[in-house]
Design a protein around this ligand. Structure first.
Ligand code: ZN
Length: 387
């Protein structure tokens, strides 16, 4: 846990959808937590030697990828790639949520097996933070035969997630609904795959199924990768309380349409963002940054609110103490800017025109993990580090 001062900030995009810009030019971190946000004159960080001079750039919360498919460790068998989580960190991702571990080689499909896998993935990532990234894994995939007692046992072992319904054995909406009630009674968050089939074995799921099951998240409503009709997304918003998710590995045009729909309805607090990766579409280190840019540029959503959908909204959904720039939160922060050569003057302007942000640093628990992303373009401003 580190102490850090970030000074000379141009804009703080704070990650809260109802107050997306936070006043101030200085953030002080003590013991890995944000201890003050405001003007430099009133900041309490004069004794702290680690300083980032943001040179007028933007600070925002670290991105929270609501839809990942990890296995165990920093390796994905789907694309046979190691260190993919480290690559995502260089795309600004500091928290990842699992939507299931279907890529596990030889994944068991009996109740004892899926239960064991969820508990193992949960506990293994609780002991392992690849490159500092906080991975919340162990999302049980529903299979016939799971009982209410199984969900209670998993919850007692720390499992908080049900992986996307529709990519595993349970295809009957009545069975899925019953298991969803058991899981939610234990405090778990439940996601449903929506849209067309993603890979052989997955199903086609529309609004009718979602309305019956009432999950916490309607996954990848812009397609994973094939999108629902927009009228189905509207029905989900109308008839359920579920969050609607937009992902990178979906339909790009639908991403803009769903974002615009949610914005028009005044329900941006229900919008969450993920990559849906690793997957058949690949490993996507900049997937979160690109999706935020689509939501702002194609969906016409205020750029700072688009950032909130990918940070504070995801943290709120899962009850995590990250994702918002406010005193007491874990200091998982990004220093971002318009990429060098952008027609925009700053980070929010770059999102509005569809550019991918430059990430100068990703900070986790107050500690800068790098001082120049190896994956994004360089920043326009001369951001300086004394750390
Ligand atoms: Zn899916």
């Amino acid at each position: 846990m580190s102490d850090l001062v970030i000074r000379n900030i141009g804009t703080i995009a704070g990650g809260a959808v109802d107050a997306p810009i936070v006043a101030g030019d200085t953030i002080v971190v003590r013991d890995g937590l944000i201890s003050s946000v405001g003007d430099e004159a009133s900041a309490d960080g004069s004794d702290i030697s680690a300083v980032v001079d943001a040179a007028g750039a933007t600070v925002m919360p670290g991105l929270c990828d609501n839809h990942t498919h990890p296995v165990l460790g920093d390796f994905t068998p789907r694309q046979v790639q190691v260190d993919f989580i480290d690559s995502y960190l260089h795309g600004g991702v500091t928290t990842m949520l699992s939507a299931g571990e279907p890529h596990t080689p030889g994944r068991p499909t009996d109740p004892a097996g899926v239960k064991a896998l969820a508990i193992l993935a949960r506990k293994a990532f609780a002991n392992l933070r690849p490159s500092g990234v906080k991975v919340h894994a162990g999302a049980v995939l529903l299979e016939d035969g799971l009982t209410e007692a199984d969900f209670e046992e998993m919850a007692a072992a720390g499992v908080t997630l049900v992986g996307e319904i529709g990519i595993s054995g349970v295809k009957d909406p009545d069975v899925a609904a019953e298991m969803t009630r058991w899981a939610q009674a234990c405090g778990m968050k439940v996601m449903i795959h929506t849209g067309g089939a993603s890979i052989p074995g997955s199903g086609i799921i529309g609004a009718e199924f979602v309305v019956k099951v009432r999950p916490d998240v309607a996954g990848h409503t812009n397609g994973g990768p094939t999108a629902l009709p927009i009228s189905d997304v509207e029905r989900i918003l109308e008839e359920t309380d579920a969050r609607v998710e937009i992902v990178h590995n979906g339909n790009v045009k639908a991403a803009g349409e769903v974002a615009a729909l949610v914005d028009r309805r005044g329900e941006l607090d229900r919008l969450v963002v993920g990559t849906d990766s690793p997957a058949g579409s690949g490993v996507q280190p900049l997937g979160m940054l690109r999706t935020v840019s689509w939501i702002a540029s194609l969906g016409g959503v205020d750029p700072a609110q688009a950032i909130a959908a990918a940070t504070g909204n995801v943290a709120a959904l899962h009850g995590l103490n990250v994702g918002v720039v406010e005193v007491g939160r874990e200091a998982d922060l990004l220093v971002v800017d318009a990429p060098l050569g952008s027609q925009a003057a700053d980070a929010l302007g770059a999102l509005a025109i569809g550019d991918t942000l430059a990430v100068a640093s990703a900070i986790i628990d107050g500690r800068p993990r790098f001082t120049k992303s190896r994956n994004t373009p360089p920043a326009t401003r001369p951001i300086a580090f004394s750390i």
